[in-house]
Write a protein that binds this ligand. Structure first.
Ligand SMILES: *Cc1c(COP(=O)(O)O)cnc(C)c1O
Length: 392
């Protein structure tokens, strides 16, 4: 008999009752060092006092009134994101997939508005992950996400990640845009190099295409800058953000330059829940912390330390790991044996360290951005003991 909860995930028999900073506590009182953060969401850790204060204050005021009315915190968050990023405008949703959906719609609507309605196709990349809506799985086109859901949405052409020549070859008279993760997450923690991103910008400009960055996972501080593409100096026309934007409260956003966003007019798109007062209060609170002097410097410092420690750990465990890869505090260990990433994830969890799997046999770490050297030491200690036992 099917369980009451639709069985879409394999989960350990473990329920977390409480979180505090970098740690989670299960119902038996066991403590876990959370280096996956609900897949890069709780960037400020658990129960950050400023987020708790803002959320509970807002909870006593107003929760929801829909986009039929002005929402002061929504306007404020949009202004702050515009001031802090490449974007001229922003619109809010409840998830990353919805932010991607809007990004795709902006690409199509822009070309329709400027008199190229035949242009609707978007070039995407092998290993990409853009979410689980029909448009998002059509864009990512990973068999494990699309099997049984065909026909997919038409309009996506996939080429190898990092291959500018393949991008050029895929462009036709119907091509409208290019969509890429500056650091591929689910696909296996592959950072795009700066030359690839600037090559994409150049190709997009030559052919009148829109460049969309999916920063749902790598954005919002994860790499040590507010948005990951800032490292490259390359600006997109559109970007989707979500995961860490709400620190655990579901919220996503589509950010865009005036062109193409000006194609989106009253009635073009909408959402009931997106940008509601609770989500907006919390996302503003997240930004309060992110925009504090020294916050990103701390992320970069911790990232450098964690990476160094992982590099030397891998060097001492070459029978288990091939390499460290990633950017900032979005790091992966490429495992040697097939499936070792999930086996290790389970073994680490049993010893109190939460990590996640990623594609390409990678063990993924997305630690809280507020970690200190003590947490890095603790994680490495658990890695060491686990791997010693693992090697047998
Ligand atoms: C998680 C993720 C999404 C989808 O976000 P949801 O909130 O799960 O819909 C899209 N793109 C990337 C890069 C992601 O990591």
């Amino acid at each position: 008999m099917i369980p009451a909860l639709m069985p879409l995930h394999v989960r350990p028999d473990l329920v977390f009752e409480r979180g505090e900073g970098c740690y989670l506590f299960d119902t038996d009182g066991n403590r876990y060092l959370d280096f996956i953060c609900g897949i890069g969401v709780t960037g400020l850790g658990h129960c950050h006092p400023h987020l708790v204060a803002v959320l509970t204050e807002q909870a006593g005021k107003v929760w929801h009134n829909s986009n039929l009315f002005r929402i002061a915190d929504q306007e404020r968050l949009a202004e702050r994101l515009v001031a802090a990023t490449f974007a001229d405008t922003a619109f809010f949703f409840n998830s990353g997939s919805e932010a991607i959906e809007c990004s795709i719609k902006v690409v199509r609507k822009h070309h329709d508005t400027v008199g190229n309605p035949e242009r609707y196709r978007i070039i995407t990349f092998a290993g990409a992950f853009h979410g689980r809506t029909m448009a998002a799985i059509s864009a990512g086109r990973q068999a494990k996400h699309t099997d049984g859901f065909e026909p997919l949405l038409d309009g996506f052409d996939r080429v190898p990640f990092g291959d500018l020549e393949a991008v050029r070859a895929a462009i036709g008279s119907e091509t409208a845009g290019i969509m890429v993760e500056p650091v591929q997450g689910e696909g296996g923690i592959f950072p795009a190099d700066d030359a690839f991103l600037s090559g994409l910008r150049q190709i997009a400009d030559e052919h009148g295409l829109l460049l969309v960055f999916d920063e749902v996972q790598c954005g919002m501080g994860r790499t040590g800058k507010l948005l990951a593409h800032e490292w490259s100096g390359v600006e997109p026309d559109i970007a989707a953000i979500a995961k860490a934007l709400g620190g655990g409260f579901p919220v996503g956003a589509c950010l865009a330059k005036e062109t193409p966003a000006s194609a989106m007019t009253v009635g073009s798109h909408g959402t009931t829940f997106g940008g509601n007062p609770l989500a907006m209060a919390v996302a503003n609170a997240v930004l309060d912390v992110f925009l504090t002097d020294g916050f990103f410097a701390h992320v970069c410092e911790m990232a450098e330390l964690f990476r160094e420690r992982l590099e030397s750990f891998v060097a001492g465990n070459l029978s288990l790991f091939e390499s460290v890869r990633g950017k900032g505090l979005m790091l992966g260990l490429k495992c040697c044996d097939d499936g070792a990433n999930t086996d290790l994830m389970v073994a680490l969890r049993e010893r109190g360290l939460l990590a996640g799997p990623a594609g390409d046999n990678v063990l993924r770490f997305l630690p809280p951005l507020i970690i200190e050297p003590a947490q890095i030491d603790e994680a490495l200690d658990i890695l060491e003991t686990t791997c010693t036992e693992f090697r047998g």
